[in-house]
Design a protein around this ligand. Structure first.
Ligand SMILES: Nc1ncnc2c1ncn2[C@@H]1O[C@H](COP(=O)(O)OP(=O)(O)OP(=O)(O)O)[C@@H](O)[C@H]1O
Ligand SMILES: [Mg+2]
Length: 280
């Protein structure tokens, strides 16, 4: 294994994060030397530089970093919303060329739901676009409504739902399209601490049930430690990149007050602390 091992941590010293290093037979997603430079009114800004990562099928990968380090930029490129300006992103071995139903995206804000549709119709929206008949669509939407714990709330419109309920509907909508992976950009960032903890538990259960591959962005260390099978810590920008990967080999559901949990938390905290306080 290349890279320097420090306890649980593997610091990225090599430019490539090869398949063999994840222990995975085949990577579902492979980012190879990915860079993104925005050019605009204020000149060029290198948001992401030489970002390499392989995601194995079925893993829950949390990308953690300080504000502005390039997390959303990475997710947007994997989603196909933005092309990289350097390197390549492969999904199942083929270059990502735009958004696709194989990647379900859950955004931070809840205003990505269609307010003129009921919760159930929001969940079934993608299925309707794909031409699925009404009865089948409704049955599927009900199934995912149940999965996110909102049975009986399907007739409400987004404006009649709480923030936590809207995030559940977003997750159900993403799952209804049966994507290969879920891309989640701080989906619980706007929720109060208790609702967030409940939704983290639900998401963890849903992940175990559906076996989806998840790329989850957060700046909350505890959230990452509670959910992830691996945590990628980003170095701050300009030229934000992957600094270290921390494997989280703890059973689910995670016991947040256990010594093992605290140990992982401390390791990740030390990495982030350096980013906030300047030591590279
Ligand atoms: N469309 C754009 N044009 C120019 N610069 C951009 C654009 N999008 C992002 N950036 C810049 O790229 C950098 C990374 O932004 P990004 O949104 O990826 O950060 P982030 O890690 O998601 O931050 P946060 O935690 O605050 O959401 C920032 O400096 C930002 O100003
Ligand atoms: Mg962001």
């Amino acid at each position: 294994m290349r890279g320097r091992e420090v306890g649980l941590l593997v610091l990225q010293t090599a430019p490539r994060w090869g398949v063999e290093r994840t222990g995975a037979a085949v990577a579902l997603v492979s980012l190879q030397g990915v860079g993104k430079t925005f050019s605009g009114r204020t000149g060029a800004w290198e948001a992401v530089r030489d970002f390499s990562l392989d995601l194995a099928e079925g893993e829950f990968f949390c990308l953690l970093g300080t504000s502005g380090c390039g997390k959303t930029t990475v997710l947007n490129m994997v989603a196909g919303f933005e092309p990289p300006t350097a390197g390549s992103i492969l999904l199942d071995g083929a270059p990502v060329q735009g958004p696709g139903a194989d990647r379900g995206v859950v955004f931070q804000g809840h205003d990505s739901l269609y307010d003129w549709l009921t919760a159930l119709d929001n969940i079934g929206f993608g299925l309707r676009l794909r031409g699925m008949g009404k009865a089948e669509r409704r049955a599927k939407a009900e199934h995912f409504l149940r999965m996110v714990g909102l049975t009986g709330q399907g007739a409400k419109h987004p404006s009649e739902l709480s923030g936590g309920m809207k995030q559940r509907i977003q997750i159900a909508r993403a799952l209804a399209n049966d994507p290969r992976m879920l891309l989640m950009d701080e989906p619980f960032g706007a929720l109060d601490a208790m609702t967030r903890a409940v939704l983290q538990g639900e998401l963890s259960r849903i992940w175990a049930e559906t076996k989806k591959t998840v790329l989850f962005i957060t700046h909350d260390i505890e959230e990452a430690c509670a959910l992830a099978t691996r945590i990628g810590v980003m170095r701050r920008g300009p030229g934000g990149t992957l600094k270290a990967i921390v494997p989280v080999d703890l059973p689910f559901p995670r016991e947040r007050t256990s010594d093992d949990f605290m140990r992982v938390f401390r390791d990740v905290h030390a990495l982030i602390h350096d980013e906030i306080h300047g030591a590279h």
